[in-house]
Design a protein around this ligand. Structure first.
Ligand code: SAH
Ligand code: SF4
Length: 454
């Protein structure tokens, strides 16, 4: 399906923002980009309803925690945060405490008993539930459904107004043996094609120049929609949107990374030369027990095809070390694959058993120290590889989208998603600046502006 009509109309959208009501909200977010997108939507809703954001939870009338349970460490942080709010609730009994995110799904009863000081629990993306703590939202239902997943930068501390996330498919139809996501986010549901295009148009109209389309299996987009549009079709439509300079998408599943998506990425103006393709392990037997449904060769071949079509493309992947039963030889298969393929970025995790998943029934037999050793070995490998990769960037010039300042320096990313810092006296927030690289490190680049900002 490639003949999807392109929408070129910028819709007239005038949100009915209520006047400030003197009340404040604070949102604490942990976990994946999907949670960040949900938090941005909650923030946008509350702002429409007259609430102001605050960075200090002591000043807030509503505190929202957006939780993650993908690993035990994340779950522990959420529990710690929840417990720390007992005092806040005692000092300010009127504050409304809200818990959402993956900790909530199908656990509401249990959570209510463990955390009785929390006023409201709601499932990820079930935004209408916020009415229970912000009654103003009840009158604004039609408007709110149209609100983008976007934090209004003029009133939101920390929001740059330069980049935004847009969910396009919720849930996941895979059942990787270690993963809790399908149990907490349900089956795949694609958002309607036109709704996404309209949302990106609205976001771009506010000045945002880079959009990342989100999904647990983002490249499975559309199979459940009438006419079965594909991610490639959606990329083509979004590419036409005025003001949008850069388009990214994550996370892709290797099994669905067909030629059509890669060819489309290579062809379009906005799609960035960056591929995020988690492999998780480099050993076929481990991949089989992870229920990943592909082999190391398939992943390797997809990366090779991407590099052939898009010279200079950067590659990111996810790896889990210490999966149950992972032998030293199997771990070395992962190590060797990474050494061969040379990824620009590896999101590395030590295996953490998640109650309810298949692998949680198997013995978590790799001792913590051994998981740590494997983790450190890959970190060291990446440091060496990225020293080489970034070293070759010295003297090159890259287009950087400036997202903000850090320690007095402008900071942004290349189209390949490499972090760049540079000094400049001008106000460059949200500008595209060509930066010539003068210093490199494995994790970022430094440089100086060359040419006029756009
Ligand atoms: N949908 C994406 C990833 C979703 S979870 C994919 O298919 O790759 C995000 C990352 O968390 C995963 O890529 C994995 O590396 C890590 N992860 C998920 N479950 C984990 C577990 N039980 N222990 C350790 N890491 C885990
Ligand atoms: Fe989890 Fe696998 Fe689905 Fe990714 S594809 S969310 S790892 S079950």
């Amino acid at each position: 399906m490639s003949s999807k009509p392109t929408i070129t109309l910028t819709p007239q959208y005038t949100p009915q923002r209520l006047p400030p009501n003197g009340k404040h909200f604070h949102i604490w977010t942990i976990g994946c980009q999907m949670n960040e997108a949900d938090s941005a939507k909650i923030a946008a809703m509350l702002q429409e309803a007259g609430y102001q954001p605050t960075e200090d939870e002591q000043d807030a009338d509503i505190v929202v925690l957006n939780s993650c349970v993908v690993r035990q460490a994340a779950e522990d942080k959420v529990a710690g945060k929840l417990n720390s709010l007992v005092r806040l609730k005692r000092q300010h009994p009127d504050v409304s405490l809200v818990l959402t995110g993956c900790m909530v799904t199908r656990q509401q009863e249990k959570l209510r008993e463990t955390f009785p000081h929390v006023d409201l629990f709601f499932d990820p993306s079930d935004f209408a539930k916020m009415q229970a703590v912000a009654p103003e939202l009840a009158e604004m239902e039609d408007d709110l459904a149209q609100l983008p997943h976007y934090y209004q930068p003029e009133t939101a501390p920390g929001a740059s107004g330069v980049t935004a996330y847009v969910p396009i498919i919720y849930g996941c139809n895979f059942v990787c043996s270690y993963c809790i996501v399908p149990y907490r986010r349900g089956k795949e549901r694609s958002r309607p094609f036109d709704e996404i295009v309209t949302e990106v148009e609205r976001i771009a109209a506010t000045g945002v120049r880079e959009v990342t389309l989100l999904g647990q299996t983002v490249n499975a987009y559309g199979h459940d929609l009438p006419g079965t549009p594909s991610l490639a079709d959606l990329l083509r439509a979004v590419d036409q949107i005025r003001g949008l300079e850069r388009l990214r998408f994550l996370t892709s599943h290797p099994k669905y990374m067909g030629d059509d998506i890669i060819d489309t990425m290579a062809e379009l103006r906005t799609t960035c030369e960056h591929m995020n393709l988690p492999v998780q392990a480099g050993d076929n037997e481990v991949l089989r027990r992870m229920r990943r449904t592909y082999s190391r060769d398939l992943w390797r071949e997809r990366i090779a095809y991407t590099r052939e079509k898009m010279p200079g493309v950067t590659v990111a992947t996810d790896i889990i070390v210490g999966f149950p039963g992972e032998t030293e030889a199997q771990f070395m298969q992962t190590y060797d694959l990474l050494e061969e393929v040379k990824c620009d970025k590896v999101h590395l995790a030590m295996y953490s058993p998640r109650p309810g998943t298949l692998s949680a029934r198997w013995e978590d037999d790799i001792p913590h120290e051994e998981k740590l050793r494997r983790h450190q070995a890959i970190e060291k490998l990446q440091e060496r590889l990225c020293t080489e990769i970034n070293g070759r960037r010295l003297g090159e010039t890259y287009e950087v989208l400036v997202e903000g300042k850090s320690k007095g320096r402008w900071t942004g990313r290349t189209r390949g998603n490499t972090l760049v810092h540079f000094d400049d006296d001008r106000d460059l927030l949200g500008k595209l600046v060509d930066v010539r690289i003068t210093r490199t490190s494995p994790w970022f680049l430094m440089g100086e502006a060359a040419g006029a900002p756009r």
